[in-house]
Design a protein around this ligand. Structure first.
Ligand SMILES: [Ca+2]
Ligand SMILES: [Ca+2]
Length: 168
């Protein structure tokens, strides 16, 4: 479980301005535990550096027989912009070894409307590990970015990244 319960980004690699990378605790809004992360677009357009956090320490063991695992997390997007400035939050599950995206969810201004927002929503991805295959190291990653300009900043929220075994 990686749910920011230390009150900071311990265990994560972060990219972006410190002011754009905030862990909030104790306001009753966390979907998991007491703390959650708030990433904001940091006034730079995608050609510069989007605000990004990732970690690569979810390990699925090698399977001697068919296994099934689930990676899940909570996400929420608060658009503080309007089209065509299509700010977005994208949260992805990747194979940490080769960078292949196994699943992702993107929420943007186009989806939520001008200055719109979502509620917390749970994303879950099932990962099959066929018999005889090597294990997988999973990377989870969240990115928020401005699009077209850097005038208004939007917010992405994430919490409760977890790997669980369905069938080992
Ligand atoms: Ca949490
Ligand atoms: Ca923007």
């Amino acid at each position: 479980m990686a749910g920011f319960e230390d009150g900071d980004f311990r265990g994560w690699t972060t990219q972006g301005r410190a002011s754009s990378l905030v862990v909030i605790c104790g306001d009753g809004a966390a979907p998991e535990g007491n703390c959650y992360a708030r990433l904001s677009t940091d006034g730079t357009v995608p050609s510069d550096v989007p605000t990004r956090v990732f970690r690569s320490d979810f390990t699925i063991p090698a399977a001697g027989y068919n296994g099934m695992y689930e990676v899940s997390f909570w996400h929420m997007f608060d658009a503080e912009d309007y089209l065509p400035y299509n700010d977005y939050l994208r949260v992805s599950v990747l194979n940490a070894t080769d960078g292949v995206v196994l699943g992702s969810v993107t929420t943007d201004v186009a989806a939520v409307g001008t200055f719109g927002s979502t509620d917390w929503s749970l994303y879950a991805l099932e990962i099959d590990v066929p018999a005889g295959t090597a294990g997988l190291v999973i990377q989870v990653e969240a990115v928020v970015s401005n699009v077209l300009d850097d005038v208004l900043d939007s917010f992405g929220f994430v919490d409760g990244f977890a790997l669980r075994t369905i069938i080992a």
